[in-house]
Ligand binder design. Sequence first.
Ligand code: TXA
Ligand code: MG
Length: 390
Amino acid sequence: HPATVTGNNAHQVPKWLQEASRLLHSNQAVALPTETVYGLAANALCPEAVEKIYRLKNRPADNPLIIHVASLAMLRALLPDRRIPTVYKDLIARYWPGPLTLLMPRSALIPDVVTCGQATVAVRFPAHPVARAVIAYTGLPLAAPSANSSGKPSPTLAQHVWDDLRERVPLILDAGQCEWGIESTVVDGLRVSPAILRPGGVTLEQIQKVVGFRDCQVYRKNFTDSRLEQTPTTPGMKYRHYSPNAQVVLLERRTLSDDVHPLTNEQEEADYESSHKEFLQAAQNEMERLALTATPQGLTFGLLSVHPDRSLITTPIVPAHCQLHVRSMTDWSKDPTHSDQPCSRHLFKSFREFDQLGVHYILVEGTSEAHEGLALMNRLRKAATRTVYY
Ligand code: TXA
Ligand code: MG
């Protein structure tokens, strides 16, 4: 832990930090924790180093990377005229360091392989102490996508990075579970009307409260992935992402209004209890339907709830010869005083666990698209092969 950098041994740089720095300065890739997901980092200013990231992840060559910095001075050094666009002043003051990525004008310093020929470069100032320590100590801006194999769910544990990339990455820094468990919000404030290109840790509602972003919209929110497939100007959004091997079936409540967010207050929570029961009933119906199509060996199901474990009051009846594993995406209720914790922390981890358990179908509970529900539903829609309305 970087506490050792600033604690009693302020002059003693820990081994892991020295090793990370040595590797990054010799243009190797290093996996490191951020507050959103684990990243696979390399020197952003060296094309050969950045190319290694694409190769390791098997990432499509037209999907640009985010550059991570540890100070505004470091960002300024990357920009044309060394000026941070004034439109971002308040957003930066409020949400950096944090799970927010901002599109900046690109300077000649940034290699093509980082931006894939875009006129902009995406930049983030992460909050995680390990990520910050590595960037600050190496003094390098780090290009870093999520540290998964392309197409797999993003890694929220060091183990996930190991499972995907093994010894091909020379160093994985392990700092346990990522706080958010979902990637950063990508915002483009350079266009005529500001837009969120990817919903994430910082919510649309929070961004709309900031000067200059009142009219911020989610870019192409209602377009399906197949439409996006034909519009290569929207990098990243055109690929099917976050997919476990199991088929993901999204169970969405027809009447779920965008105004009712399940996790905000007691009354809404009571409403949510009843909608949760409906979800369990819908899941049971779906399991029965799918079981009819199964071989005599039966099927293995995963049930993924947005609500914390304690409210999985009734376990649905599992069809004959079938198996059921239950998981929850969130653990916020374990600390009721801290209700602003992300509700999707265990989403990607659960996908990976279900795959290890040999699950055939993952039945996921949908939620409203208000607040953190927007990023969650964005990831679920991308992962789902089918949506069932109930
Ligand atoms: O939370 C995060 O953002 C994590 C951690 C490691 O920082 N990183 C991450 O990176 O999720 P990645 O590469 O998995 O996703 C980056 C997204 C992609 O959808 C990419 O298309 C978009 O950002 N992006 C990057 N540069 C862009 C640009 N110049 N214009 C538009 N979109 C861009
Ligand atoms: Mg990614």
